[in-house]
Design a protein around this ligand. Structure first.
Ligand code: ZN
Length: 273
């Protein structure tokens, strides 16, 4: 753990209200992002988070009038309160996954959300889940990443909803925005804001490539090569766990369940190449 994280104001358009749901997977809790153009009276609320009255009251007080609730992906720590909160604020819920929408159409890749002068562009960024989206707030050179990039550690890719090929592509898409000078800060859905977007995204790729190399060497220690893997290797009853015990021996055993999801995703990726 580094410095404590409590949310706050970022750029001219971002306010983060931290939800009281800390945990192994949620770090300090879910970051609920309120986005509003300076001086405007209407907001977008991203990832209302858990059904917790105190949290939702704090979000409502920060947000004022809400035009739109957006959820970055379907996981419950982001979406649980979405519909109730939208109903309370008299607005819609939008998401990439139609089943997460309420009184609205799904968002599409490249779509620009425009609320009282605030412009936020939706980018499909699959990897953590198939329905993960990020939001580009170009006026603040900020990218709101959902769970694709976290404020600490690295994200979990849960096979088969998450997929490592998509993940690499999405991280590259984010990195291109940094290279083009359109983004320099990442606003994650858990943990602190990341002012060095380039450094973090590059680290994410290096870290995944290292883990992949470790999975390959664990396979060879077990007498297997990626070429031997069947297409459904991720569903194998014992192999993913065997790989976890080799590759994640340096990681606390409480995280091995999550690590096994990641290893299944890695094996699926290796089998598909
Ligand atoms: Zn998630």
């Amino acid at each position: 753990m580094s410095e404590p994280w409590a949310g706050g104001e970022y750029g001219d358009r971002g306010r983060c209200v931290l939800a009281p749901n800390p945990g192994i997977m949620t770090l300090d809790g879910t970051n609920t992002w309120v986005l509003r153009e300076p001086g405007a009276d209407r907001s977008i609320v991203v990832d209302p988070g858990p059904l917790d009255d105190g949290h939702l009251d704090a979000v409502a007080a920060t947000a004022g009038q809400v035009d739109l609730v957006l959820v970055t992906h379907h996981h419950l720590d982001h979406t649980e309160a979405a519909r109730d909160f939208a109903e309370r604020m008299g607005c819609r819920v939008r998401a990439l996954d139609p089943t997460q929408c309420w009184r609205s159409d799904p968002v599409t890749d490249g779509e620009v959300l425009d609320v009282a002068g605030l412009r936020a562009q939706v980018l499909t960024t699959p990897g953590h889940t198939a329905d993960s989206v990020s939001l580009l707030i170009e006026a603040d050179r900020a990218l709101l990443t959902g769970d694709m990039v976290l404020g600490r550690g690295t994200t979990v890719i849960v096979h088969p909803d998450g997929d490592l090929g998509g993940y690499f592509d999405s991280i590259a898409k984010m990195r291109a925005l940094v290279t083009d000078g359109r983004v320099d800060t990442l606003w994650p859905a858990h943990g602190p804001v990341l002012p060095d977007a380039a450094g973090v995204l590059d680290h994410y790729v290096v870290h995944r490539r290292e883990r992949l190399a470790q999975v390959e060497s664990a396979l060879s220690a077990l007498g297997l090569s990626p070429a031997d893997l069947p297409p459904d290797v991720a569903e194998h009853p014992t192999l993913p766990r065997q790989v976890v015990e080799v590759v994640y021996s340096d990681v606390d055993e409480s995280l091995w369940g999550a690590a096994e999801w990641s290893v299944r995703a890695q094996l699926a990726y290796l089998a598909s190449r």
